[in-house]
Design a protein. Structure first.
Length: 388
């Protein structure tokens, strides 16, 4: 992988103004995959208007910048159908190309050296390594202990990655050198409370449905015995720890990358989902989707929490006025705005990163992993713009 410039801040090259020559001429746009509409809405960020809408494959999930920053890929995983595909978008024109058939591409990442695309085959608990241009299959890594494998981030040296296991309440660690599973770690907001974990076990273990039981250390108190649902994951600026959003635990787990142990839990808001570092590498924006349900209702208690990387504390929280469902997205190139899809409200939010003021843009049905383009950085590791 390209050499790390600042070992204390792996986001140093994604600061405002660090634009690669590879994105020269790219239209300034926000690309929004409409999951239930099988389409992509294109927003002009200067006018806050939808300037184009085009059809793509079935159930588009995320729009992913290529490692070389020259193509945007729409991951159409076709949810339970055999006709998954990847649709390329040319950032110079904003227009789609011919889709390539690919099995169940829920999400898409790139090896840190750019030599392979990593298709996250969620339904089959598998990672498919493919040619980054033709998408021809090279080999696969089975992840049998990682049900609902979906989001990922990489170590500062690129030697390993952590992938979340949404349906198993865990994260799995992948050796990127030997292409193997190192281990899988169960996450819990009660990771440091053996009494609570024992009480949950005695009560029949974790439940998929919301369930509370008496707190063994607090008379009249309760603890949640519901299984976690980890979502997005993002490394700290020094690369030593990983933050993992959990939509069922309503907060962010903190995992030490080297020891692969949980070391903290940070409560944020209902349905913690997407994670995005600020352009200066000082803060982490957490999109709280406002629901613990996979298919939530409109107008939920959605919000944005801001975590200070230095203290691992929430320093502010911005509610979505009137309620909403902030999900996935990214930060504008200048760092002034956080763009997020409103998953259950068919809108996109533009949040001012200084004031928390929210603007809304109407898009298609059930918008999901939007990307803002262009973004600063040297290369992309995947998702909606995990650049370094």
């Amino acid at each position: 992988m390209p050499a790390v410039i600042d070992k204390n801040n792996l986001y140093s090259e994604t600061a405002s103004g660090h634009m690669s020559a590879a994105v020269a001429g790219a239209l300034e746009r926000v690309y929004v995959p409409n999951h239930s509409g099988n389409s992509v809405s294109v927003i002009d960020p200067t006018t806050l208007k939808v300037v184009d809408t085009f059809k793509v494959g079935n159930t588009p999930q995320h729009i992913v910048p290529s490692w070389d920053l020259r193509t945007l890929w729409v991951a159409n995983n076709a949810e339970g159908r055999p006709d998954g595909s990847l649709t390329p978008i040319d950032p110079l024109t904003g227009k789609p190309g011919t889709a390539i058939p690919v099995e169940d591409p829920y999400n898409l990442y790139w090896t840190p050296d750019g030599q392979s695309a990593i298709v996250v085959v969620e339904a089959q608990k598998r990672l498919d390594f493919r040619d980054p241009h033709t998408m021809a299959l090279k080999f696969s890594i089975a992840t049998p202990e990682c049900g609902g494998i979906n989001h990922a981030d990489f170590s500062i040296d690129g030697k390993f990655a952590l992938f979340t296991c949404e349906f198993d309440g865990a994260v799995t660690k992948i050796d990127m050198v030997n292409h193997s599973v190192i281990g899988t770690l169960k996450l819990s907001k009660y990771f440091d409370r053996p009494d609570a974990l024992e009480a949950i076990s005695k009560a029949g273990g974790e439940s998929k449905k919301f369930r509370q039981i008496p707190d063994p250390s607090k008379l009249g108190g309760q603890i949640c015995a519901t299984k976690g649902m980890p979502q997005d994951v993002r490394a700290s600026p020094d690369g030593k720890i990983f933050y993992v959003a959990d939509m069922m635990a309503d907060g962010v787990h903190v995992v030490d990358g080297a020891s692969f142990k949980q070391i903290d839990f940070i409560p944020t808001g209902v349905g913690a989902h997407g994670l995005y570092p600020s352009r200066d590498g000082k803060h982490l924006y957490v999109a709280n989707r406002g629901s613990n349900e996979i298919h939530g209702k409109r107008g939920g208690p959605g919000s944005i929490s801001v975590i200070d990387f230095a203290t691992r504390k929430v320093i502010t929280n911005w509610p979505i006025p009137g309620g909403g469902s902030p999900d996935m997205g990214n930060v504008s190139a200048d760092g002034k705005y956080l763009w997020l899809s409103g998953r259950f409200d068919d809108v996109v939010y533009r949040i001012n990163t200084t004031t928390g003021v929210v603007d809304k843009v109407k898009v298609g049905r059930e918008p999901h992993g939007l990307t803002v383009w262009p973004q600063p950085g040297r290369y992309s590791l995947g998702h909606t713009g995990n650049l370094r």
